[in-house]
Design a protein around this ligand. Sequence first.
Ligand code: NDP
Ligand code: PMR
Length: 387
Amino acid sequence: MALQAALLPSTLSVPKKAGNLAAVVKDTAFLTVPQKKLQVPSLSVRAQAVATAPVATPGASTSTKDAKKTLRQGVVVITGASSGLGLAAAKALAETGKWHVVMACRDFLKAAKSAKGAGMAEGSYTIMHLDLASLDSVRQFVDNFRRAGMPLDSLVCNAAIYRPTARTPTFTADGYEMSVGVNHLGHFLLARLLLDDLQKSDYPSRRLIILGSITGNTNTLAGNIPPKAGLGDLRGLAGGLRGQNGSAMIDGSESFDGAKAYKDSKICNMLTMQELHRRYHEETGITFASLYPGCIATTGLFREHIPLFRLLFPPFQKFITKGFVSEAESGKRLAQVVSDPSLTKSGVYWSWNKDSASFENQLSQEASDPEKARKLWEISEKLVGLA
Ligand code: NDP
Ligand code: PMR
């Protein structure tokens, strides 16, 4: 049966050749040339950042003579805001006028086109280059962001890649398997470096959000579709995730499975959020959260899947599992986690019910194991050069 064939992973997948991501790193390297302090917002186009014309100065309080001081516009950084959920959330937040969105993207021109195409108003966003497949690019992004002189009130670690048909690994600039390198390690370094900036913000509710997923949680039906997520004892990660004389998989498996690598990276995302909460919430007051936004079956995440899957996945999710959610709706959900005054609780994995009401969801045993989270934290610190 075509539907079953397209939706059942592993067995029917077509291996793809690796290598085009390395080209992306190379092609966009010029965008990271250090620049002078960026005036934000301004109309000038810089190699690594575009700030569109201002509607209000991000980070500046607004007040009128007689009226009481109003809340200043918040600044939110969203990684991977050039498509799908990230773009939809960027649009939803920018449209409120309460947020200036920093779109942290690897493909500068695509991000600019996407923002325009989505109808985002000039001045409501700034595009800055960030390639999570390079730890140098992450550090460069943090430098550029700081030089731009904006406060940081919310950070959303949203970007991800999914390589469901890959049977051989590709690697980041630092030599780590690509899915875990981008989805987890790049974000781990980014979040750690930007914690300082979040801490300095005077915004009333500062938040750090990392995207999770149902497919990383084996306490759900979706999480039990093979290949199942599982980090084992993290021996592959501890070995450097390099594939040569070791393993490219976190659990140390000899064979590479691109679909499992993505799901494993999502466990890492959810464990990292909880470890951040344990280590920093009380001391800093920052809210740490993760979420499953629903099945956004139409996004670019499935670009590497076989064409039959891409054709059948949206109707399958819409009419059979009923887990489907549109990009616009998912964007509103993520925007809620960024700014809704009722979602300030820290350490929560948010989900939405059939009426689109948010609730605190239960993570699987592995995705909420504090000992595993601590171990993951310590190994990740070493891999990104923080320990
Ligand atoms: P998309 O593919 O549409 O968006 C992913 C974004 O990540 C793109 O903007 C992409 O950039 C960016 N990206 C990829 N690699 C890098 C990199 N090396 N450096 C910087 N940015 C990069 O997917 P979704 O919108 O669906 O996914 C967004 C998040 O939502 C992910 O974390 C995913 O795990 C999560 N999620 C998605 C679900 C779904 O059903 N779609 C369900 C549950 C969670 P570019 O545009 O240049 O390719
Ligand atoms: Mg799944 C309630 C059932 C449900 C939900 C909510 C999802 C979400 N999926 C469900 C069920 C099933 N899926 C069933 C019964 C099958 C077998 C036919 C199935 C198959 C399937 C495949 C092959 N599903 C998938 C794939 C993917 O390649 C996607 C994936 O795992 O990406 C990592 C996927 C997804 N299903 C979901 C969601 C949200 C995804 C995208 C996953 C993500 O971003 O984490």
